[in-house]
Design a binder for this molecule. Structure first.
Ligand code: ADP
Ligand code: ZN
Ligand code: ZN
Length: 733
């Protein structure tokens, strides 16, 4: 009987994202998930076998699969995962499949690294030969002595003892040269927490629960410094003991070298690292080690969730709330969805760790869907840092209009005197920026949406990122008539320059996208900073993520309000998370940490909860706001982002889609809270004009309405105009 393979061809062109059928020649050994070579038009191209069946769906003559590619096949689990992603996110099969195979393996741009090794052959007469050697041949003796201990790299031997000594011994038959593959090992960074410690009761309780697998998903809610990492390590150990494998995700590439070293100190060579910052060779080797079962623990940034690990027994996501777990470019996906899929497939626990869980995730512990594990205390009983809210309007009133408030400056001076370190944090998500009156703190807002307006240099206008409404820019404050109006954002370089002027003898480091590019860029900055005391580190969001500093006493949040006025429903949540996380860098070892929040809006409820370190109280307040205003998790927001080089094309497409979606309003009635089309806040990005359709609807209709939205999108998708669909996007920019 002829067997038919259903194949997705590896071409990144939307027109061909469908299943093609090929006849499987007998004795080719094609299996589901195999990578195969198939004829495609005049070419031979790579494809992935989705499934095998015994009758074709057409009467047309089918071509045959040409060959099967070694390695890089897609696991059955990952095939199902791709199907899930195609359905859930409306992405292309080929894009989903490509996530499940390393670029290097797919493109064959790397291969194993072979090195020449030397060892003793064990041939008879070696001892006699050595004693017969004249004293000028000492080098040969040295070669033999060193090989008696272990086999060695040929180049090393030659470097130490000379090429002729080695080649003579090879000729005489006493030494043999052989080939070995060498692992190109990613950077591991020594951490100061390598010893195994006895767990405290909270940690032990968490590990026990996770190991018993009482619930599918756990939220490990532990304050900064509560020892979550130790819970991860012990849970991984338990999974390995049961013969399983484990995946640990960290939010940022810069954190992997530390965690990698830590895992390696516990689990040795069983650990592999995966992230996009690895060299081609490193990634190739790590991928292979996972595929062939040598590696049983994988640590990495979000893409590591696609590691071809078999028999997964535990998945952990550290700093669960971090935005970096969402892929915001094609293919768009949420790492937590993927992790949950794999955890269910493998029937194993998923652990989401954070000191500031996302509101949507924490809500699931309230509803009982996820199990909450609390770790309310720091391990070393070091108290959490003391937080001071500094009203910047007072600073201006007393004549200080610099970036730094007086209380912050005197704390920095104190820290310097006692050889402690300071971190200055700039709350910047890059681009958006609002205006503010420096006298009274007034911020212009949209009259329709109450959202702060964003200043656009292009056209010198203020814009509402919710409804798109434009306003004239401000020259004087309508509230107090002051002309002292400034754009919200401050730059890292400016802060570095200013602080250097004030403390010229103290080393100042800078950590942002500009200073950390390049291989191990983060590490270089962090290590340089850690080695100096006193010292000052100026940085952006990347400081917030999980770094364990021993000697930081003062943290200054220079412009706490920046994320607060981002114009979306998550701005309070994000502000709380960010400030709590950066604050957590202070006084980790010995306590005595001091945090200064500089704000123009000191009464805002977020700051009260941040200062009291009360996440749960913040959650209660925020969740009730979400409920009354009908935002996630009580409603779903969908954004269709439409972009094209020509403005008219993008505009026309948006209009058409909007018209096609309008009937949904009648169909779903009150379940649709909002439906509108507008120019995207970043009207032009990477040379493309961007428009968007926003839809907000109740949770109940999600499955129904998403099908219809995707149908509409697919009808309008024609390869010329890009249309992306995002569910609960983390940013509406
Ligand atoms: P978190 O990830 O919750 O912020 P960490 O896992 O970084 O906290 O732990 C903070 C510090 O406490 C680390 O230096 C860690 O080695 C140490 N630690 C964790 N658990 C214990 C324990 N049970 N006993 C002693 N030290 C511990
Ligand atoms: Zn508006
Ligand atoms: Zn004013």
């Amino acid at each position: 009987m002829t067997m038919i393979a259903e194949v997705i061809v590896d071409v990144a062109n939307s027109a061909v994202d469908k299943v093609f059928e090929y006849i499987i020649p007998e004795n080719l050994g094609v299996f589901e998930g195999a990578r195969v070579l198939v004829p495609f038009g005049p070419r031979k191209i790579l494809g992935y076998v989705l499934s095998i069946k015994n009758s074709p769906s057409t009467h047309h003559a089918l071509k045959e699969v040409l060959a099967i590619k070694e390695g890089g096949s897609i696991l059955p689990e990952m095939l199902e995962l791709c199907a899930f992603m195609v359905e859930e996110y409306n992405i292309k099969w080929v894009d989903a499949l490509r996530l499940c195979i390393s670029r290097e393996v797919r493109n064959e741009t790397a291969k194993e690294k072979h090195i020449l090794m030397c060892k003793l052959t064990g041939a008879e007469g070696l001892e006699e030969y050595i004693t017969s050697l004249p004293s000028k041949s000492q080098k040969q003796k040295d070669v033999i002595n060193s090989l008696k201990l272990a086999s060695q790299k040929k180049v090393e031997l030659e470097k130490n003892f000379g090429t002729s000594a080695v080649s003579t011994l090879v000729k005489k038959g006493f030494v043999e040269v052989f080939e070995e593959t060498e692992r190109r090992k990613p950077l591991a960074l020594k951490t100061n927490q390598q010893k195994k410690v006895a767990l405290n009761p909270d940690q032990a309780f968490a590990v026990e629960n996770i190991t018993k697998f009482l619930r599918q998903t756990y939220v490990l809610f532990g304050v900064t410094g509560s020892g979550k990492t130790e819970v991860y390590l012990n849970s991984i150990e338990k999974a390995l003991e049961r013969g399983k494998t484990a995946i640990l995700l960290v939010p940022e590439i810069g954190l992997t070298p530390q965690v990698f070293a830590l895992l390696e100190s516990r689990f040795g060579q069983k650990v592999a690292v995966l992230h996009s910052g690895l060299s081609v060779g490193e990634r190739f080797d790590e991928w292979k080690r996972i595929e062939n079962g040598e590696a049983r623990v994988v640590v990495g940034a979000r893409s590591a969730i696609f590691a071809p690990l078999k028999n997964v027994g535990l998945i952990l996501i550290d700093e669960q709330h971090e935005n970096s777990y969402n892929s915001e470019t094609n293919p768009r996906y949420r790492t937590e969805d993927i992790a949950l899929f794999r955890a269910k497939y493998n029937n194993c626990p998923l652990v989401l760790g954070s000191a500031t869980p996302s509101i949507e995730t924490f809500e699931k512990t309230v509803s009982g869907e996820y199990m909450l594990l609390r770790m309310p205390n720091r391990v070393h009983e070091a108290p959490l840092p003391e937080t001071t809210i500094v009203d910047m309007r007072n600073e201006i009133a007393r004549g200080n209009d610099s970036i730094f408030s007086m209380p912050l400056l005197s704390a920095i001076s104190e820290a310097i005197k006692s050889n402690k370190q300071t971190i200055l944090f700039i709350n910047r998500r890059g681009y958006t920026s609002f205006l503010r009156c420096m006298e009274c703190g007034y911020i212009p807002k949209c009259t329709d949406c109450d959202a702060p307006l964003v200043y656009h240099k292009e056209g010198d206008v203020l814009k509402c990122h919710f409804c798109g409404k434009k306003y004239r820019t401000l020259t004087a404050c309508p509230n107090c008539k002051s002309v002292h109006i400034r754009q919200g954002a401050i730059g890292t370089q400016k802060v570095v320059d200013e602080i250097k002027k004030l403390f010229p003898s103290v080393p100042v480091f800078r950590m942002d996208n500009d200073t950390t590019s390049g291989k191990n860029g983060h590490q270089k900055v962090l290590e340089a900073f850690k080695a100096e005391s006193p010292a000052i580190l100026v940085g952006t969001q990347m400081l917030a993520k999980g770094h364990d500093f021993d000697n930081v006493e003062v943290v200054g949040v220079l412009d706490a309000d920046q994320t607060l006025y981002q114009t979306d429903y998550k701005s309070a949540e994000r502000t709380f998370q960010l400030i709590t996380q950066v604050s957590g860098r202070a006084g980790r070892k010995s306590g005595g940490g001091k945090v200064f929040l500089q704000t123009f809006n000191p009464k805002h409820f977020v700051y009260r909860f941040v200062a009291n370190k009360n996440y749960e109280a913040f959650f209660d307040q925020e969740i009730s706001v979400r409920e009354t205003t009908n935002f996630p998790p009580y409603a779903v927001i969908v954004r269709l982002l439409i972009s094209h080089e020509k403005e008219e094309v993008a505009y026309q497409k948006t209009k058409n889609i909007f018209e096609a979606l309008k009937p949904l309003k009648e169909e779903f009635g009150e379940n649709i809270v909002f439906l509108n089309a507008m120019a995207s806040p970043f009207t032009r990005l990477k040379n493309k004009y961007r428009f968007q359709v926003l839809i907000r609807f109740t949770k109940q209709i999600k499955d129904d309405i998403m099908k219809k939205i995707y149908q509409t999108v697919n009808i309008h998708q024609d390869g010329k105009c890009q249309i992306f669909v995002e569910i609960n996007p983390s940013s509406l920019a």
